[in-house]
Design a protein around this ligand. Structure first.
Ligand SMILES: [Zn+2]
Length: 333
């Protein structure tokens, strides 16, 4: 995937910061330790002179092997002495080598002239974070989902108990997130406003990101608006490529955006292309099947209805219940 210059520069800056931070931490620690144990400076000096002493032994002739062996033994004992000194100070490292985030490339981003996996991951993270609305994720996780916001009283029409039903739905979604991979199915989260669809979507996103997958999450309106700006040249970027190629695309609140021919064709392209490529997508919406067809036409609705696993969210508006809870708690102080 190609990245914009901005994304590349930003990832490179982060990498450089990692490297210099690791070097600074190591150098500060060394200064502190030398200050406390001046013997460390002598140990370092003796170890550094080993190469010269080896060269000298060769020049001097005689029993070179024996001389080299002796220097080696001395060096090992110096290393052990340094490690012991550091150990006494609670530092469990043999020396003052910087501890890089990526030991493979030492935070340079390249190994054997090839881009290191850590740099690729940073580029992906950077590109995704520019498109996604992950700021909304801060408090969203499966652990912060409150089942007690769902009623235990059966629905008068269907007889379904919201809390029981939602326990099953949430448990399914939790397993989906924990086991997510590129073979996972696409999901259609359906239900009225405030029944927890966004919270669950964000919790899945968080879990999948923590497990190393590239996830784009966003309210449909905002994601499509971004594509529109780029398509008509008002902004530069390759958001469409990223939305097509990310491991998991989460389109939240489908049906609340302004309807336009451009938006519908973007949506069709995203859903259809990802489906053909076998990439999972999650859509949340409060539209039923007929409304979905009325708003987007058969092409989109038949793909979504035919290939996405449907999950129905029920209950009263948990956002209102949560807000009421907060007010009651505040009043009780
Ligand atoms: Zn690396």
């Amino acid at each position: 995937m190609g990245y914009s210059r901005e994304v590349y520069d930003s990832a490179k800056t982060k990498l450089e910061r990692r490297r210099t931070d690791a070097q600074t931490r190591a150098s500060n620690l060394r200064d502190k330790m030398i200050n406390k144990h001046p013997r460390i400076r002598e140990i370092e000096r003796d170890m550094a002179s080993a190469a010269i002493r080896v060269a000298q032994a060769v020049l001097d002739g005689g029993d070179v092997d024996n001389a080299v062996e002796k220097i080696k033994t001395q060096n090992l004992s110096l290393q052990a002495e340094l490690a012991e000194l550091l150990g006494k100070e609670g530092i469990h490292a043999p020396n003052f080598e910087p501890k890089f985030t990526c030991p493979v490339c030492k935070d340079t981003g390249y190994t054997n002239r090839r881009m290191c996996e850590c740099f690729k991951a940073l580029l992906r993270e950077e590109a995704f974070s520019r498109i996604s609305y992950m700021g909304m994720m801060k408090d969203c996780s499966f652990d912060s989902l409150r089942l007690d916001y769902y009623s235990t009283a059966p629905d008068s029409g269907t007889g379904v108990v919201p809390r029981k039903k939602m326990k099953e739905v949430i448990s399914f979604c939790r397993s989906y997130a924990e086991d997510f991979d590129l073979q996972s199915p696409s999901l259609l989260l359906r239900g009225a406003t405030g029944t927890g669809k966004t919270h669950v979507s964000l919790s899945i996103a968080r879990k999948a990101i923590d497990r190393g997958f590239g996830v784009i999450y966003g309210p449909v309106q905002k994601l499509l608006h971004q594509l529109e700006k780029e398509h008509f040249g008002r902004e530069q970027g390759n958001s469409e490529d990223i939305m097509l190629e990310c491991d998991l695309l989460i389109l939240d609140d489908l049906g609340t955006e302004f309807s336009s021919t451009f938006y519908i064709s973007c949506l069709y392209n995203l859903i259809n292309s990802r489906m053909l490529d076998g990439r999972p997508t999650i859509i949340s919406t409060n539209l039923d099947q007929n409304e979905l067809t009325d708003m987007y036409g058969d092409q989109i609705s038949s793909r979504v209805i035919g290939t996405f696993v449907p999950l129905t969210f029920i209950g009263r508006d948990i956002r209102q219940i949560s807000a009421r809870d907060k007010i009651q708690r505040t009043n009780s102080f």
